[in-house]
Design a protein around this ligand. Structure first.
Ligand SMILES: O=c1[nH]c(=O)c2ncn([C@@H]3O[C@H](COP(=O)(O)OP(=O)(O)OP(=O)(O)O)[C@@H](O)[C@H]3O)c2[nH]1
Ligand SMILES: [Mg+2]
Length: 191
């Protein structure tokens, strides 16, 4: 069994990453102590810096997840500021900003940052494309899930297991796993 520390205060993220990695023999341990989140227009540098900070502080391999929802009609807003906007506006006010907008195109993105002590951080992005619904639907998931429609169904309406098959987070973790499995098979050749 491999162990990875996942630094996040978000229980929804933690539960998803734990469930996705479990079948691969990777045990995920949550660390709620946080990391400095850079203010950047892209998620990658935020995740890279956070993972390196956490690995060097904890002296063990560390993972972070920086995520956001990017709405086309709002020029990509809230993107990296999704946490702040969720806290200050919430889904109902985001829907107000979208009133009158017929182009509902949006995507969710997760960047997994992973780092081992003394090494360079690696980033693994995952994206899922969808649409902003006209009203909140469903009580599952967390955050923006009730207003994000994937193939006509909101992430709030999908069960956890179904969301974990198609989500941005799932895609980012799949990309991490590809690298991680390769590293287990060829321990000398990578990173
Ligand atoms: O509907 C959603 N489905 C998701 O799958 C999802 N993943 C993240 N989010 C939201 O996007 C922001 C990310 O901010 P974020 O990456 O800084 O995370 P966070 O501050 O919640 O936790 P931490 O990991 O930083 O401690 C926060 O508002 C999250 O609630 C999601 N919303
Ligand atoms: Mg955060």
């Amino acid at each position: 069994m491999h162990k990875v520390v996942f630094v996040t205060g978000n229980e929804g993220k933690f539960a998803e990453v734990r469930d996705i990695l479990k079948p691969f023999g990777i045990e995920v341990i949550q660390d709620k102590n946080g990391y400095p989140e850079l203010q950047e227009d892209e998620l990658e540098p935020i995740a890279a810096y956070g993972a390196q900070y956490a690995a060097n502080k904890l002296k063990m391999p560390a993972m972070v997840d920086d995520s956001g929802i990017f709405i086309k009609a709002l020029n990509g807003f809230p993107g990296p500021y999704s946490r702040f906007v969720e806290d200050k506006l919430g889904n109902s006010k985001v829907l107000k900003l979208m009133e009158g907008e017929t182009d509902r195109t949006a995507y969710f993105k997760t960047v997994i940052g992973y780092c081992e002590p003394g090494k360079e951080p690696l980033v693994f992005p995952g994206v899922v494309e969808g649409k902003i619904a006209y009203e909140e639907r469903g009580t599952g998931g967390f955050g923006y899930d009730p207003i994000f429609e994937y193939q006509g169904v909101t992430f709030g309406e999908l069960g956890d297991a179904e969301k974990n098959k198609v989500s941005h987070r799932r895609r980012a973790i799949d990309s991490f796993l590809e690298w991680f499995k390769d590293k287990l098979e060829n321990p000398e050749s990578k990173n």
